[in-house]
Design a protein around this ligand. Structure first.
Ligand code: UTP
Length: 299
């Protein structure tokens, strides 16, 4: 197999969705710009693509998502101000954001679901396999999860989906894997069950917002029948794809944070806040005091 042909060079990051689970905060602000401590969620996502070796990124955007473009664009006036004030660290940080990748944008005309969003990448991606990273999902792992998927793609040359183990109460929120284990972490997919009742779930492995997809997915997406709310689901296209050819599932090493869900968002901020190099210690102290005082007020 020619390994060079199996390189993934492009990433697609859909960020066009309404984010209705996070209203009212998402009414006029992209949820992908919501902060996890001091950085917008989407920056963590782009950093993961870049750490995986991908610097050609296509974002699928829509009305009201301009703040994302501005965040990754150069800001010469701010840069000049920081340079003038000798604030070298901040200047470096700002420049790094706009220089780390080449980001292209395409508008999703109508918000008809994740599958529909991905179909807008067809002309940018062409006939290469590509990575997909959901713009509202941060994944932490020692080796970036996109890179873990790319390594599997290099060996198998087929689509690969990242899965995480979830607790029973979360099974009905995600697409769940039915698959045959090939080794400890890798599965050959047999089916994907969208949001099953816990008793009907074939496993506890849930689609985690990271994919490597072969380009025939665009044709497959055209064959998908719109479901609830007229939405074209990427999971439905993957179900069709896995009936025609092998599709792999990687139970990846790492932790997923779904920022589009209010409670997960709060938890993520606490976890990242406690670990933050500058703020972590003070934040821990604050939380300890808060818990202590609430224990006292109960007793
Ligand atoms: P979600 O499944 O969280 O959907 O999208 P959503 O519409 O944004 O949010 P809710 O369910 O109404 O709260 C996962 C990712 O796919 C993008 C979103 O922006 C998000 O980053 N997306 C979703 C699109 O780009 N287009 C769509 O039509 C739907």
């Amino acid at each position: 197999m020619n390994r060079k042909q199996n390189l993934i060079r492009k990433a697609v990051i859909p960020v066009a969705g309404y984010g209705t689970r996070f209203l009212p905060a998402s009414k006029a602000q992209p949820k992908e710009m919501f902060l996890v401590v001091d950085k917008p969620t989407i920056q963590y996502v782009v950093e993961e693509a870049v750490a995986s070796g991908i610097t050609d990124i296509l974002m699928i955007i829509s009305k009201g998502k301009r703040a994302i473009e501005e965040h990754f664009d150069f800001n010469p006036i701010l840069e000049a101000e920081l340079a003038h004030a000798g604030r070298v660290m901040e200047l470096d940080e700002i420049r790094k954001i706009s220089g780390m990748a080449t980001i292209h944008y395409v508008w999703q005309q109508e918000l008809n679901g994740l599958g529909d969003a991905i179909s807008y990448a067809k002309y940018h991606v062409g006939d290469e396999a590509f990575a997909v990273l959901l713009g509202d999902t941060i994944v932490e792992s020692s080796l970036p999860v996109t890179q873990q998927l790319m390594q599997i793609y290099q060996d198998y040359n087929e689509s690969v989906i990242a899965f995480e183990q979830v607790t029973t109460d979360k099974l009905s929120r995600y697409g769940i894997m039915q698959g045959r284990p090939l080794n400890k972490h890798l599965y050959l997919l047999e089916d994907l069950i969208e949001k099953p009742e816990p008793a009907e779930a074939p496993s506890n492995l849930a689609i985690a917002g990271r994919y490597v997809l072969t380009p025939d997915i665009f044709q497959t997406l055209e064959a998908v029948v719109p479901g609830k709310n007229n939405e074209i689901q990427l999971t439905d296209a993957l179900r069709l794809q896995l009936k025609q050819k092998p599709v792999y599932g990687l139970h990846f090493e790492g932790q997923r944070y779904d920022i589009g869900n209010k409670l997960e968002f709060l938890k993520t901020n606490v976890i990242f806040g406690l670990r933050h190099a500058e703020l972590g210690q003070d934040f821990r102290h604050f939380l300890e005091q808060l818990l202590e005082s609430s224990d006292h007020s109960k007793s």
